[in-house]
Design a binder for this molecule. Structure first.
Ligand code: SF4
Length: 351
């Protein structure tokens, strides 16, 4: 059968971002929302403001050192200024009274505020630097890396260089594109790293199919684009330097990738050609999903700029709430906050 030009034809399949694919691995509705968002923006990088280098100084020792010397220099400049301003203000108060010293008092407050903001990050920067320096070189054996705990600084001490690429990598066969948060590089080996956002709570460090699919996809796009070896990827737990290595060649990772691809393609085909929304996932999926988290309706459009077809429900506090997924698919997701706020009547919360 000639499938060229039909929705099933590989050449007609949409290009998918790795982040979009991992949402499909979690829930088809989440995948579709993410896909539509990615069509509004130009690249995966736009969807990952946390990947901005300037917002991530704590993972680069050179930047930490620069930041410390800049802040110490600025503090050494500001401290004499604050002292001088305080003395001048006291003298003017004693000689000319309160009214004359008012401007000086304001100036002292202003300088003190700037000084406080300058020195406030120093304890964190210094403790991070001490922690980083105290680590020694350690890295997983590439053949047995799956599930091995890693430390960011131990990988750096083992000779890996953390790089951020501006352009996304591509795999033309799978029509996948993606750019991990960082790539750890040494010789011909490139290890993709991404950060797992939510690390609090009982399932904070557990890995799910979307994480395996994402690592497998990143390794694949890196190998296809750069002709390198990518024997494992790293999932870093946000807000820490700890992570876990995941091999793309285990059954679990390969199955997660192919399942996510299949769900993504069938969802997109059903939606684009038959305008059918994806099936609802099991209720437990929505319990903590950020897309189902209700927020107060302040305006007639939601945060993604969708038309004002907001599904707004009044809670027990008398306020109106809606959610990204609820607006998109015209329902009220069974999120735990929706139960707390009384947005779902006649149903019990999902445990
Ligand atoms: S709220 Fe539920 S249906 Fe919506 S994206 Fe999240 S898990 Fe999927």
């Amino acid at each position: 059968m000639n499938t060229k030009g039909s929705p099933e034809s590989p050449s007609m399949r949409p290009w998918l971002g790795v982040n979009v694919l991992s949402e499909f691995a979690f829930c088809p509705r989440a995948g579709l929302v993410e896909l539509e968002k990615s069509r509004l923006f130009s690249s995966e990088e736009d969807l990952e403001p946390r990947a901005n280098f300037l917002l991530m100084p704590l993972y680069d020792l050179a930047v930490i050192d620069e930041e410390i010397s800049f802040r110490v220099g600025a503090a050494l400049f500001l401290i004499p200024l604050v002292i001088t301003a305080a003395i001048a203000t006291t003298v003017s108060y004693e000689r000319f009274g309160l009214a004359a010293s008012f401007l000086g008092v304001c100036f002292c407050f202003l300088l003190s505020g700037i000084l406080f903001r300058t020195v406030r990050p120093l304890p964190t920067l210094l403790s991070t630097r001490a922690y980083a320096k105290a680590r020694s070189a350690r890295e997983p054996d590439p053949r047995k890396a799956d599930g091995v705990k890693i430390d960011w600084w131990e990988m750096i001490h083992a000779g890996f260089r953390a790089t951020h690429y501006d352009e996304p990598f591509k795999d033309h066969e799978l029509r996948l594109t993606g750019n991990p948060w960082r790539v750890l590089e040494r010789d011909g080996v490139k290890i993709p790293v991404f950060k797992k956002r939510f690390n609090d709570g009982p399932s904070g460090r557990n890995l799910f199919p979307q994480h395996y699919a994402r690592i497998a996809a990143y390794c694949r796009v890196l190998e296809s684009s750069l002709g390198c070896e990518s024997p494992y990827g790293i999932i870093l737990f946000a807000g820490s330097f700890e992570g876990v290595a995941v091999s793309p060649s285990t059954f679990q990772a390969r199955a997660a990738l192919s399942e996510a691809m299949a769900v993504a393609h069938s969802t997109v085909i059903m939606h684009d050609y038959e305008q059918l929304p994806p099936e609802k996932p099991p209720p437990s999926f929505c319990k903590l999903c950020p897309l189902g988290n209700p927020f107060e309706s302040y305006s007639s459009t939601n945060e993604n700029g969708y038309p004002p077809n907001v599904v707004s429900v009044v809670g027990i506090d008398g306020r109106s709430y809606h959610s990204v997924c609820g607006d998109r698919f015209q329902w009220v997701p069974l999120h735990e906050k929706a139960f707390e706020k009384g947005l779902i009547k006649g149903l019990r919360s999902v445990s």
